[in-house]
Design a protein around this ligand. Structure first.
Ligand code: SF4
Ligand code: SF4
Length: 310
């Protein structure tokens, strides 16, 4: 089972008749909807009377950690996890997570479909100097194709934005995934409609069809070949910016996590046990506090400094 590189999609063997299960690995980071995507697929398999096993890891995924879900389905499935090198399809909601899981994909027959969006964790910057560049892994689309010829990098988030709702990006990807699997469009659409908020059913319907068309239609051939992945941007040069740490006091419960984890030790709890920026000059805008606060009480804003006109 695979997506062909031409406009005609090969659809054999069918998941209902294949002796071996079909293996789909779905990966991304916390909050992106990996589990929802995998549940849509699992539900679809059940509705088509297939055996399906789904396993997932998301324990450490809060606010940006890695999340993955194995979905295996067919006439019979014994193990819930996909062995190394045996995924038929790797669907990545984030570019670096897609790269991380490439060894699980069958390099000859596997299909790689990934959103080009990059969610850069603060931990990827190991240099504490202001303006340091991050070590977020970077590989171009071409480099990935050398490993897996049947690869699709797509700006699914941008496509969903074009439809008026960037949150429909996962449905764009599901539309692409659907071209590689033997389920009817009506079945996909019905399950997706049950899985999204009622007022977004129509935009998700369009997003699904857009994803399918983007992979199948010759009209998008050039676009498919031209997708590039942006090099991760360097951290802002602090001399040029103003860092504004917005603390929502009502949400801070004084748990101390941000204080302990701030690499520059510039946070402290005040006498009311609310966090405050005790040493603003030391803050490098690394965002660790924002990412780690369980109560969303900190937001780090970086503004370009206005140049004063004499
Ligand atoms: S991590 Fe959040 S809740 Fe805990 S002290 Fe910091 S701002 Fe307050
Ligand atoms: S206050 Fe927050 S953004 Fe500033 S250095 Fe500490 S963890 Fe990083």
């Amino acid at each position: 089972m695979r997506v062909s590189t031409s406009s005609a999609v090969e659809r054999e063997p069918s998941p209902t008749t294949a002796a071996e299960p079909t293996n789909v690995l779905i990966v991304g980071v916390g909050g992106q909807g990996v589990i929802t995507v995998s549940k849509v697929l699992a539900q679809l398999c059940l509705q088509n009377k297939l055996k399906v096993k789904q396993s997932e890891i998301h324990g450490m995924a809060k606010r940006g950690g890695a999340v993955f879900s194995h979905v295996r389905f067919g006439r019979e499935v014994y193990s819930p996890t996909i062995p190394l090198g045996q995924a038929d399809i790797l669907l990545a909601l984030e570019w670096a997570e897609g790269l991380r899981w490439l060894p699980y994909l069958n390099p000859e027959t596997g299909t790689f479909i990934s959103d080009t969006q990059q969610i850069i964790p603060p931990f990827s910057c190991r240099n504490r100097k202001r303006g340091a560049t991050s070590n977020y892994v970077f590989r171009s689309v071409e480099q990935v194709k050398q490993h897996v010829p049947n690869s699709y990098a797509v700006d699914a988030t941008g496509m969903a934005e074009g439809l008026g709702n960037p949150r429909a990006a996962n449905t764009v990807l599901l539309g692409m995934l659907s071209t590689a699997l033997d389920f009817s469009v009506d079945d996909w659409q019905a399950i997706i409609a049950q899985s999204v908020p009622p007022k977004t059913v129509e935009v998700n319907r369009q997003a699904f069809l857009l994803g399918r068309e983007w992979i199948q239609s010759d009209a998008h051939k050039e676009e498919r070949e031209q997708v590039e992945v942006a090099k991760p941007p360097p951290a802002p040069v602090v001399d040029d910016v103003v860092i504004d740490l917005e603390i929502t006091e009502a949400w801070c419960k004084g748990c101390d996590i941000c204080v302990k984890m701030c690499p520059e030790r510039c946070l402290a709890l005040n006498s009311s046990e609310i966090v405050e920026l005790a040493n603003p000059d030391a803050c490098t805008a690394c965002r660790l506090c924002e990412w780690l606060c369980p109560d969303f009480a900190i937001a780090v804003h970086v503004h370009k400094k206005e140049t004063a006109i004499a």
